[in-house]
Design a protein around this ligand. Sequence first.
Ligand code: ASP
Length: 458
Amino acid sequence: MTAGCDRPVIIEKQKEFEKMIKVVKFGGSSLASAEQFAKVGKIIHADKERRYVVPSAPGKRNSKDTKVTDMLYACYDLVEKDEDFRVMLMKIKDRYDTIINGLNLKLSLEEEFKKISENFKNKAGVDYAASRGEYLNGIIMANYLGYEFVDAAEVIFFDEDGNFMPEKTDKVLSERLAKTERAVIPGFYGAKEDGTIKTFSRGGSDITGSIVSRAVRATCYENWTDVSGFLIADPRIIDNPKPIKTITYRELRELSYMGAGVLHEDAVFPVRKAGIPINIRNTNAPEDEGTWIVESTCHQSKYTITGIAGKKGFVSVNIDKDMMNSEIGFGRKVLSAFEDNGISFEHMPSGIDTMTIFVHQPEFEGKEQAVISAIHRYAQPDSIELESDLALIAVVGRGMKSTRGTAGRIFSALAHANINVKMIDQGSSELNIIIGVSNADFENAIKAIYDIFVITQL
Ligand code: ASP
């Protein structure tokens, strides 16, 4: 064939290469067994745009099972105590061999496990140990799919102090993946410049997926897990809560901070910078649309609110002082008392002569007397009172900005449910309303709010 004849083919190929790129991350439960791997393989092959795959380590196969990452931590614990770790390591190998055999792969991890055992003996570090979960699963996944394996240690970087290096990573990773049409990049870890393995915090494969999405300028980052996206409220409190179809990064941040799990808190940052949407999907129900996490949207939620989340275990520090509002610097003096004791505060509603600081109970308990005396020294209040066992509930929704009466509806719902509201705080962005109630009222308060916005809306 002449070069001229090749041209259209090359252009065609190039066009296809430049088309949509999806990065797909699969969580531990999606990769816990050969059956789950097979589902994942089907999902990937169903869409040729799914070109870069980020796997977690094998998770639990049932509620009594142990995640491979936890097994690795336990195994390395033995290493550190100079106890025999070989039986434990063989159990881990067994988990992988069961997957390999179940998929009929011609792959042996014998050599890899020899190397791991050697490195354990040489005390390669706990992060190295934990990272092997994703590393080995990545090797299996690449073999199963026929994709190239790219070790995260060569493309994801941390500095000497263990801080993630976004720019260096983006440069090296994007150059590396530009040469590879389809690849598997294990989640959760990278390496320091001296080659030492470093992991992100638990659940960190979500972050890797986001970093890879940014590096390849993906059209979409699909995060496959075992639920069909975010739900409006916690299913342990509300029966069958409605799913959230679309949520903005900012709303998600508010809800994740208040305890709505599914995605690692830090996973939004790399894609947010690049304007790439995240789609949370369910490996066990791939037909479900899941939740879209986007920068901005004109899609309004049917219910005014997007979601409700909350946490128990707060203390309110109520400070009284006559004419407080006219005393310049009063707030700063009070906050210095918390700062000096290394305590961060959650919320700070205030009145004319009163100011309340919400703090985490476990963090505050050991230091309460030191904080109280510091407030007295710095700000000379008339009185300080503490109230413990409080819960904070965040009602989040971009729709609240354009809807009248949201706070009123929350109040009346709580009043009807006989719940005493201790605090209400609306952020100036009108994206969320935070409500303080006692721990004992937490579940009922969430039910009442869900009822008024979602059930009675139907
Ligand atoms: N395997 C790691 C963990 O269990 C990371 C992850 O799954 O994202 O935390």
